[in-house]
Design a protein around this ligand. Structure first.
Ligand SMILES: Nc1ncnc2c1ncn2[C@@H]1O[C@H](COP(=O)(O)OP(=O)(O)OP(=O)(O)O)[C@@H](O)[C@H]1O
Ligand SMILES: O=C(O)[C@H](O)CO
Length: 589
């Protein structure tokens, strides 16, 4: 058994002859901060790979040469040409932030709309279905990312757009302008009216006015018209239309009390659907007989169309017993306003039948054009370019941050075991999985990949996950679930005595805002606790007070905070566990 480091020392004089080899990232095991950045191109019809060696340690061309030569006998080479090798420096932390930025970039409103809405001449293509444009297109939208989506949609459809109305968060135009996000603004002379409302993400009179304008617009459409509906997270609060006689205030009270009592988004939105005339398919109903094409940027785990923004284009039956059981579960059933009780007691459908039931399926097309899964997939590709094997664990992480942080800690320990991990470790991981919304199936696959990595001398791995865990708010501090999760994972890694330059964890909200703070999240590793205590900060004290933002702001001048600014999109959170290469042992050499 010979250590790789010693082979490197012995072979430093081998020259770079990079004609037909592929450099593999795990070759650089001696340096935990190293990676190969590879980009694939073609040269005169032949595939080529350009490699950039990224390393935190001083490095020479000869190191590259020896890496290449070392791996030739291990049959891990691919017949591709290497035309260029550049040496640069990029730490693990920088690479984590780069991968996170790629995840956000992949779900930018303009990018998702371009991906989902194709135009060839006068034909619009969505999800393989085509629609003829003849100056008959109308547009409505509601949600936090809808301004940027609408700007791009208008660029694509051009003069075919007759008129549009969108309901977007209060102050968003000014904020995006300040953040230099000009591409998300509508052009001068746009045919779309922007209405801002729902301050603090709560339905208000402004949002209700926007909902009325949207209802008015869609109600005038004929069978010759096409209605483009843009939907993203936050859409429920931006499209309030309580079923009479429920007042806006009454509806707001019910949803606020439910959310405050810990109702899930599934429970919350099933109640919202029952109390609204536009949710649960109402918007599509009023737009009938026009053709409805809804483009949806998902912010709910599993991308359920009937729940995202409470499904205004997805016809959903309301079952009063189901609504009552949710209200009872959270102790609201006895204190409901009379108007809400009256609406829930009605046996008649929410809208008068208009004979459209049979053609509902063909008249409405709902397409998810952006989601957490897409962000993770693109992040994975970037991670690979930066020298990691990407493994997507799950886009559906939920559960309490405490359990989630424990799971990531255990996975890091599993990944970093030099020999076979103790048998109880996989069992503990699999036991914790269901509590955090991660399927055992995903965990088994991730552990298998990590195990194979250990056996084959791979090491640099990027474990990616997404979702929306929850925080039990007991304190009065400033923070968010991402910062709290990152803080907890950092402490877990420290408790497991993993090396400070070992695994690194990042958690960030893709909207760029974690809870009521200006940070999106934070980056941590096993050195976090020690670093904090050396600066007189007690991490546990900050955790008890849910004060993770104050903690990270004070720690090392805020260096561990993720501060991308408002991103203009939202597909929940991204979690990333970067496992640097474990020094490998090459047998028989
Ligand atoms: N001090 C705090 N520490 C930890 N988490 C907090 C704190 N204050 C609020 N939160 C959490 O932040 C979340 C609300 O923040 P945010 O506005 O980012 O909501 P969101 O669910 O991400 O909304 P959206 O889906 O619209 O982005 C809640 O999960 C809440 O528990
Ligand atoms: O608007 C909403 O209902 C939530 O953001 C979920 O989509």
């Amino acid at each position: 058994m010979v250590k790789l480091e010693s082979i490197i020392t012995q072979r430093v004089n081998i020259h770079l002859e990079l004609s037909s080899v592929q450099i593999l990232p795990h070759c650089l095991s001696a340096d935990p901060d190293s990676a190969i950045h590879s980009s694939h191109t073609e040269h005169r019809g032949n595939p080529e790979v350009h490699h950039t060696l990224c390393t935190g340690a001083p490095c020479k061309d000869s190191l590259m040469a020896c890496v290449v030569s070392l791996y030739r006998p291990l049959s891990l080479l691919a017949p591709v040409g290497v035309r260029r090798a550049i040496v640069c420096r990029m730490s693990l932390d920088m690479r984590a932030r780069d991968v996170f930025a790629t995840a956000i970039e992949a779900v930018q409103p303009d990018i998702v709309v371009r991906r989902g809405l194709e135009r060839t001449g006068d034909t619009l293509l969505v999800n393989g279905r085509s629609f003829t444009l003849k100056n008959n297109l109308y547009l409505v939208g509601f949600g936090k990312a809808v301004l940027g989506m609408a700007a791009e949609a208008e660029r694509i459809v051009g003069d075919h757009l007759v008129r549009g109305v969108i309901s977007v968060p209060h102050g968003i135009q000014e904020t995006l302008r300040q953040h230099g996000k000009g591409q998300m603004m509508l052009k001068d002379g746009s045919h779309i009216t922007v209405m801002e409302g729902a301050k603090h993400n709560l339905p208000d009179a402004d949002a209700q006015r926007a909902a009325e304008c949207i209802k008015e617009l869609v109600s005038t459409l004929t069978e010759n018209d096409t209605l483009l509906v843009l939907i993203s997270g936050g859409g429920s609060a931006l499209l309030p239309a309580p079923v009479p006689p429920i007042s806006l205030q009454e509806k707001q009270d019910v949803t606020r009390r439910l959310a405050g009592a810990g109702a899930t988004i599934q429970e919350l939105n099933s109640v919202r659907r029952a109390l609204s005339i536009l949710k649960g398919g109402g918007l599509a109903h009023f737009a009938h007989p026009a053709q409805v094409v809804a483009l949806v940027l998902s912010d709910v785990i599993g991308d359920p169309l009937d729940l995202i923004a409470s499904g205004p284009t997805v016809w959903t039956e309301v079952w009063p017993e189901e609504i009552w059981s949710v209200l009872e579960r959270y102790g609201l059933s006895s204190s409901l306003p009379v108007s809400v009780k009256e609406v829930l007691g009605r046996s008649a459908p929410r809208w008068e039948e208009s004979g459209e039931q049979s053609d509902r399926a063909t008249h409405v097309l709902n397409a998810v054009i952006g989601s957490n899964s897409i962000a993770l997939e693109c992040a994975g590709r970037r991670a690979r370019e930066l020298g990691f094997r990407p493994v997507v664990l799950s886009p559906g992480v939920c559960g309490d941050v405490q359990s989630v942080s424990r799971l990531y800690g255990l996975l890091a320990r599993f990944a970093c075991s030099r020999d076979e991990p103790p048998p109880e470790l996989p069992a503990e991981i699999l036991k914790l999985g269901p509590e955090t919304g991660v399927e055992s199936w995903d965990l088994c696959r991730a552990m298998q990949v990590l195990g194979e990595g250990r056996g084959e001398g791979w090491g640099a791995t990027c474990l990616l996950a997404g979702g929306e865990p929850t925080v039990q708010l007991t304190g009065k501090g400033r923070g968010g679930r991402n910062q709290e999760l990152a803080l907890r994972v950092g402490l877990e890694l420290g408790d497991m005595e993993l090396p400070p330059k070992g695994p690194l964890f990042l958690s960030g909200g893709t909207d760029g805002q974690d809870g009521p703070t200006e940070a999106a999240g934070a980056v941590t590793d096993a050195g976090l606790g020690k670093e904090a205590r050396a600066q007189g900060l007690d991490p546990d004290g900050f955790l008890v007070n849910n004060d993770s933002f104050t903690f990270f702001s004070r720690l090392s001048g805020g260096q561990r905070l993720l501060l991308p600014g408002l991103t203009g999109t939202n597909v929940m959170d991204v979690h990333m566990l970067l496992i640097p290469p474990i020094p490998i042992v090459v047998s028989g050499r």
